[in-house]
Design a protein around this ligand. Structure first.
Ligand code: PLP
Length: 379
């Protein structure tokens, strides 16, 4: 299999899988139990929290384990709206967020909130700090802006937005969905200026089912996500997913160690893929994304789902953006103002530290074959 869909999920390295096995089989104590197996597990969870917090650039007490990025996004937006319930009922976000944010915003609309969805002005997919800040009003409770777009790889200016927001409306809270940014784009919670940062384990070599939310000290009494046994400082009750948390910390440790070399490698892979793919007639690059691991292209006039299926049958895994919904372009592609043929052909390749140049060679041959053998049948 040639796996070029690392923005969807990532393989779990052996050391991380071994960690899961060890915790499940030999260290299965409940961190809330009062005997040694529980107490030592509690200490371990706090050590793992320190590892993830250090990579994020925050204090351990500011980091809360969750089950996934979707949970972190929902919790952050709801907690920010709750803290600022007396300030107003307006939310600013972008039209290119992941559905974890967009659907949460739609839910808030049903609760009486007004939401401004800032869209890119052109096909670059770029959204500037000014675009966001000009949408902020005195009654804006929260601004939620992703760090890296998962479909086109654009990097949004979160730090600049944080600075502008503090000058314009200091009470408005800032959330960033950093699910595609964590350990790929360098940043530190300490200097970023966001009040909430969402991350997810399975995008960086941990198993599915674990993530984390950073909550800054500015959020004085965060709204609990789950009430119950009082875990996660009483804010997210439920017995800790110890094996996943251990694996998350191990994956973070491995990725952090190699972050800069992995980033350089993915940049080279991406540049190589651009070179190989642009040799194909009809191919256009989509957006002005600079994230090292995401490349969006369109084979204009070639329905993307056909390409994804055809390459999939050859063991090459890519995606049709974050899904081509029943023939319609995704909500992100729809904001770019592309013509119908180009929009219909958008595919996403996404890379990991393990991706090889040979895999790119094989992947670039496949669309060409698709073009020469399948397209004539479709015409
Ligand atoms: N946000 C972004 C930008 C994503 O790419 C994803 C997953 O693809 C999510 C949120 C949701 O994360 P999870 O799958 O951990 O719920």
């Amino acid at each position: 299999m040639i796996y070029l869909d690392h923005a969807a999920t990532t393989p779990v390295p052996r050391e991380v899988a071994d960690t899961v096995y060890e915790v499940l089989t030999t260290r299965f104590g409940n961190p809330s139990s009062q005997y040694e197996a529980g107490l030592s597990m509690k200490r371990s969870v706090e050590e793992w929290r320190k590892t993830v917090a250090a990579a994020l650039g925050c204090e351990a007490k500011q980091l809360f384990f969750t089950s996934c990025g979707t949970e972190g996004d929902n919790w952050a937006i709801e907690a920010a709206c709750y803290q600022n319930r007396h300030l107003g009922r307006h939310i600013v976000t972008t039209a290119i967020e992941h559905n974890a944010v967009l659907e949460c915003c739609k839910w808030m609309e049903r609760q009486g909130y007004e939401v401004t969805y800032v869209a890119p002005k052109d096909s670059s997919g770029i959204i500037t700090a000014e675009d966001i800040l000009s949408a902020v009003r005195p009654d804006t409770a929260v601004v939620s802006v992703m760090m890296v777009n998962n479909e086109i790889g654009t990097v949004l200016p979160v730090q600049e937005i944080a600075r502008g927001l503090k000058a314009k409306n200091p009470k408005t809270l800032l959330h960033t969905d950093a699910v595609q940014g964590f350990l790929k784009v360098p940043f530190s919670a300490k200097t970023l200026g966001a009040d909430f940062i969402t991350v997810s384990g399975h995008k960086l070599g941990a198993p599915k089912g674990v993530g984390a939310l950073y909550i800054s000290q500015r959020v004085r009494n965060p709204k609990p996500l789950l009430a119950g046994g009082g875990q996660e400082q009483g804010l997210r009750s439920g017995t800790e997913a110890t094996a996943q948390i251990a694996a998350f910390a191990k994956a973070v440790e491995l990725r952090k160690k190699t972050m800069m070399s992995a980033r350089r490698h993915m940049e080279e892979i991406r540049a190589y893929a651009v070179e190989k793919l642009t040799a194909i007639d009809d191919l256009v690059l989509i957006g002005a994304g600079t994230a090292p691991h995401i490349l969006s292209v369109s084979l204009a006039g070639w329905p993307s789902q056909n390409i994804v299926n055809d390459l999939g049958a050859q063991g090459i895994c890519i995606s049709a953006g974050s899904a081509c919904h029943q023939g319609k372009p995704s909500h992100v592609v729809a904001t770019l103002g592309l013509d119908k043929r180009t929009a219909g052909g958008v595919i996403r390749l996404s890379f990991g530290p393990e991706t090889t140049f040979e895999e790119i060679d094989r992947c670039a041959e496949a669309p060409k074959m698709h073009h020469d053998t399948r397209m004539p049948m479709l015409k």
